[in-house]
Design a protein around this ligand. Structure first.
Ligand code: PLP
Length: 258
């Protein structure tokens, strides 16, 4: 059995964060382990409270998992603080595990999932360890300081992320204004390619970023080559958005079992 790891926040609503990651890991045939960085009180209407887990408890969870499980790929989601990023980076650096960084910053409802001062720690400590980073357009803009409006600026932002030490940058274009497709551009030192699916208009998109990066992590754990892994992850999130569960009165979860 291929073993995966998510280092992320808990979403009590079950559509994003740790819960989305573990469901996705399972759907894609891997055994998921988890390190919880924060507990969010959350439903389809939004984030009502955030409680960061003390950094020593993040550290002991991560040590426990790394010491005993043959983790084949890991992902990070909501890391919340510079102190948590520093701890996670220090421990992950000692292991040679493919790492997908989903640079979670702000929930769709506007709640902050990453403190402002943690952005520098993310860039200097975590990103140099990242095999893949999966920012959406606003996240890529924060990390690079660039303004992204089209394919050329998406590629330029991807290349800027490579200079920080990331091996592969997947710039997710779903947030581009006026877009009729969800067009993602994948940039690595030796390859640039695009994966694109029709844009689906629905309010049930909670946890899309978490689910996509978890699907990618599961495929990397299974040894799937990058291009195919990205394509499978894209298909997985497309199906999850296409078959909503209509749960709750606000932004509902995607369907991980679609
Ligand atoms: N809550 C947690 C714990 C998360 O990790 C994420 C992931 O980005 C979100 C909420 C954001 O969910 P969304 O912005 O898709 O509603």
């Amino acid at each position: 059995m291929n073993v995966t790891l998510t280092i992320a926040g808990s979403d009590s609503g079950g559509g994003a964060g740790i819960q989305a990651d573990l469901k996705t890991f399972q759907e894609l045939g891997t055994f998921g382990t988890s390190v919880i960085t924060a507990i969010t009180s959350q439903n389809t209407q939004g984030v009502h409270a955030v409680h960061a887990i003390p950094v020593q408890d993040v550290e002991s969870q991560l040590k426990a998992v790394l010491d005993d499980f043959p983790i084949q790929a890991a992902k990070t989601g909501m890391l919340f603080s510079a102190a948590i990023i520093t701890t996670v980076s220090r421990l992950m650096k000692a292991h040679n595990i493919p790492l997908v960084v989903d640079p979670v910053m702000i929930a769709k409802g506007g709640a902050s999932l990453l403190q402002q001062e943690a952005i520098t720690a993310m860039k200097t400590e975590l990103l140099p360890l990242a095999t893949v980073i999966t920012p959406n357009i606003p996240e890529a803009e924060v990390l690079t300081g660039m303004t992204i409006v089209d394919d050329a600026t998406m590629i330029a932002a991807g290349q800027a992320l490579l200079t920080i030490g990331v091996k592969v940058a997947i710039i997710k274009g779903g947030h581009l204004a006026g877009s009729h497709t969800a067009r993602d551009i994948i940039v690595s030192t030796d390859d640039i390619f695009i994966v694109e699916t029709p844009f689906i208009t629905t309010k049930d998109t909670h946890g899309t970023g978490c689910t996509f990066s978890a699907a990618l992590t599961a495929e990397l754990a299974k040894g799937t080559a990058l291009r195919e892994a990205v394509t499978i992850a894209k298909q997985f999130i497309q199906a999850a958005i296409q078959h909503p569960l209509h749960l709750g009165s606000g932004h509902g979860p995607t369907n991980h079992a679609a």
